[in-house]
Design a protein around this ligand. Structure first.
Ligand SMILES: Cc1cc2nc3c(=O)[nH]c(=O)nc-3n(C[C@H](O)[C@H](O)[C@H](O)COP(=O)(O)OP(=O)(O)OC[C@H]3O[C@@H](n4cnc5c(N)ncnc54)[C@H](O)[C@@H]3O)c2cc1C
Length: 425
């Protein structure tokens, strides 16, 4: 009988799945585990700090946790701290909502030089992910190259390009805001292997780059076709058409601003250059390298296999059939389909996996398992300090109290602070 469900990962896919399950079966008891002491996955640590509207979806999740059927168990890594086999002893069904948190390597010489960062680490640094607070990236030269032409690359150049006044209402961490505003930036490069039609950024994000106080987009008119090719899916065609229109408008600009944002299409990086640190980027077919002191790759993510969790492929996908991994074990979100799609994509998909779980258990007559009570005792015996919803609320209150004027919060960035405040009533 389906009564106790464990969800591993408190990002949007895990929480949308909990929502869809509880809407249909309010009697269920669901525990959401996360390795971080804080909930919301990439909504907190990925989504750009100046896009607070996007993060507002967390209010919906907060209401869910207030309902009494959903528990948060943070600071517990399932697979290592808490083996999956032990979770399976206590819960009737388990949903893996792990995301994909390792940067894909570039696979070119020089990528390990100081000054080259993956976007998960770089974004995590300015967004207060406790794994990356000490990244302290090199931002001491005038040029920065961002490899990738998706929305993550757009986020990074925008956050680097905005002035402190433009970031005032964001929740960018103060250490990152200070470093970025002190950086002597004059030239940002966005580099894509393919052309403007294939670029995966969306129109609203692209257009925003044209409205920044100190940044001028630089687009070479000869890179732009006059029209998009025929035969594209109509919804896709609308986005590409709009993108092309925006890029044509960028190409026509001649205004003078202190930071130039160069769009380099059909450009393949061959090597990160430098003696002891990043000093340049060699591009295929070009003799003169780009002079940059920082290279950030935003080319996708993968997952390391954790303890006794099922292995993931190179895109972080755990083998599944429409969300089913094995009897009683399911997967949602990036861990189900790979690292693509927006927050709403996870909502639709998590609902379908929730429906599948309820259908799979519809005729199940086995007695329900014990759920969290026995597991809590085991966690305590192991000396693991689980952080519950009240603990997260203490962290949140401390962050709001420390906020600089205009900003919603100053995130706690140290594991020890998060654990101390989260665990001490
Ligand atoms: C930089 C960036 C910016 C983005 N911006 C936007 C945006 O503006 N708008 C938008 O719609 N989408 C955006 N996205 C996409 C969106 O964030 C993802 O679609 C979404 O977060 C994926 O949800 P998820 O639940 O699968 O994974 P995640 O959000 O990554 O959540 C996974 C959770 O699982 C936890 N976890 C992992 N392993 C374990 C374990 N072993 N035990 C316990 N817990 C574990 C993690 O700590 C994490 O909290 C962005 C993505 C990135 C990377």
């Amino acid at each position: 009988m389906l009564h106790h469900i464990a969800i591993v990962g408190s990002g949007p896919s895990g929480l949308f799945c909990a929502d869809a399950l509880l809407r249909q079966r309010p009697d269920l008891k669901i525990d959401v585990f996360d390795r971080l002491p804080t909930p919301y996955g990439l909504i907190r640590c990925g989504v750009a700090p100046d896009h607070q509207g996007t993060k507002a979806v967390t209010r919906q999740f907060d209401r869910l946790f207030g309902g009494g059927s959903l528990r948060f168990i943070g600071n517990v890594t399932v697979g290592t701290d808490l083996p999956l086999a032990r979770v399976a002893e206590h819960y009737d069904a388990i949903v893996l909502a792990l995301g994909a948190h390792a940067d894909r390597p570039l696979g070119i010489p020089g990528e390990n030089l100081p000054g080259r960062y993956g976007s998960m680490a770089f974004v995590g640094w300015y967004n207060g992910h406790p794994d990356f607070h000490a990244l302290d990236p090199l931002l001491d030269r005038s040029g920065v190259a961002v490899i990738g032409m998706g929305n993550v690359a757009v986020d990074i150049v925008r956050v680097l390009g905005k002035t402190p006044a433009e970031m005032a209402t964001s929740d960018i961490c103060s250490h990152a805001a200070a470093k970025i505003s002190g950086a002597p930036l004059t030239d940002l490069y966005m580099i894509g292997r393919r052309g403007p039609v294939e670029a995966s950024f969306t129109s609203a994000e692209l257009a925003e780059l044209g409205r920044l106080d100190r940044v001028r987009p630089v687009v070479n008119r000869t890179d732009l076709p006059d029209a998009i090719p025929s035969g594209l899916d109509p919804a896709d065609a609308r986005v590409k058409e709009k993108n092309l229109q925006i890029l044509h408008e960028f190409a026509s600009r001649s205004d003078d601003k202190p930071v130039r944002l160069h769009f380099l299409f059909h450009t393949v990086p061959e090597a990160v250059l430098g003696n002891g640190r990043v000093e340049g980027l060699k591009l295929k077919g070009q003799d003169a390298p780009l002079t940059v002191g920082t290279v950030i790759s935003a080319i996708g993510y993968r997952t390391a296999t954790i303890g006794d969790l099922p292995p993931a492929d190179e895109r972080g996908v755990i083998a599944n059939t429409d969300g089913l991994v094995a009897p009683g074990l399911y997967v949602v979100g990036w861990a189900k389909r790979g690292p693509s799609g927006t927050i709403p994509t996870n909502r639709t998909e998590a609902k379908s996996v929730a429906d599948r779980i309820l259908a799979d258990f519809a005729d199940d007559t086995a007695p329900a398992k014990s759920g969290n009570a026995a597991l809590d005792a085991w966690l305590r015996q192991q000396g693991l300090v689980a952080i519950d919803w009240a603990g997260w609320k203490r962290i949140e209150a401390a962050e709001i109290a420390a906020a600089r004027q205009g900003s919603p919060r100053e995130k706690l960035i140290l594991w020890e602070d998060l654990r101390r405040i989260g665990a001490t009533p």
